[in-house]
Unconditional design. Structure first.
Length: 276
């Protein structure tokens, strides 16, 4: 029972850390004060849980937990969160805080779902299944966000066409404004990109511990990283002011078509993505 509780708490920390990372990503690109505060307080909860576990471990073992690779990874993840919180409080360096937490989340995931940890745990098989579940959930959430950006892109082009031709209809009043459609595309991307990044991190960790043989050159893995690169480039160009108006809408449409191709074709060519 105690092992199950500890496992659930570590899974909760990974999920909360992932949510915090999403908010930090939104703040990193959009300078959103609400997202900034939300990310910090969620990260503080993760940090408090990690610190409690670290102190309990030190009391039980009567030594500092850095003598094994497993212990070192946990301490390293805790140290990265400590540094990111200090930077957040005293230096306000948003770029450093975001990237520190990306690295910290990666090591926290490795620690929670490490092969050695799973083999020694009486709930190891359940842990593997839940890691796969969380990986798929974040992937689906990212695809849903990209679908929303696609829908808002279609609406943007529709409203743009109506305004250009000045042909009003009763249905026009139910359409969003150009600003609302553009904001909908942006918010969808700000949500979908970190969800996909988290999904890929968790997915590779699952493959490492659950599969006897897998290759980074698997078509679904390559396709998923390409999707991440495409949407990452879209956000980069948007932040640089090189994508505006109809061009932003069209590139969202093309990017989502690539998501669909990767989802169906990539899964069929994959060596282990059979869930489709």
């Amino acid at each position: 029972m105690a092992d199950m509780t500890m496992t659930r708490l570590h899974e909760l920390m990974v999920i909360l850390y992932a949510v915090s990372l999403v908010f930090y990503f939104i703040d990193y690109l959009n300078k959103d004060k609400i997202a900034h505060r939300s990310a910090f307080w969620i990260l503080t909860i993760v940090y408090a849980l990690q610190t409690i576990f670290l102190v309990v471990y030190i009391v039980e073992k009567k030594r500092f937990p850095i003598l094994t690779l497993f212990e070192g990874i946990y301490f390293y993840a805790w140290l990265l969160i400590t540094l990111s919180i200090l930077l957040h409080l005293f230096y306000k360096v948003g770029h450093a805080v975001f990237f520190l937490n990306v690295i910290g989340f990666t090591f926290m995931t490795i620690h929670t779902f490490a092969p050695g940890q799973i083999e020694s745990s009486p709930v190891g098989e359940a842990l593997i299944s839940e890691l796969l579940f969380i990986h798929i959930t974040f992937a689906i959430l990212s695809y849903a966000a990209f679908a929303m950006s696609f829908v808002f892109a279609i609406l943007y082009l529709l409203v743009y066409k109506v305004l250009k031709k000045r042909k009003w209809s009763k249905q026009f009043g139910r359409l969003p404004s150009l600003q609302q459609a553009s904001m909908g595309m942006k918010v969808s991307l700000l949500t979908g990109v970190p969800f996909l990044l988290i999904s890929l991190i968790l997915g590779m960790q699952w493959a490492h511990i659950a599969l006897n043989e897998w290759f980074f050159t698997d078509m679904k893995i390559i396709g998923s990283f390409l999707v991440l690169a495409v949407y990452g480039m879209v956000l980069f160009l948007l932040q640089r002011g090189r994508l505006t108006g109809a061009n932003f809408a069209w590139i969202n449409i093309y990017a989502f078509l690539f998501v669909i191709i990767n989802f169906f074709l990539g899964s069929r060519l994959s060596g282990f993505h059979f869930w489709i």
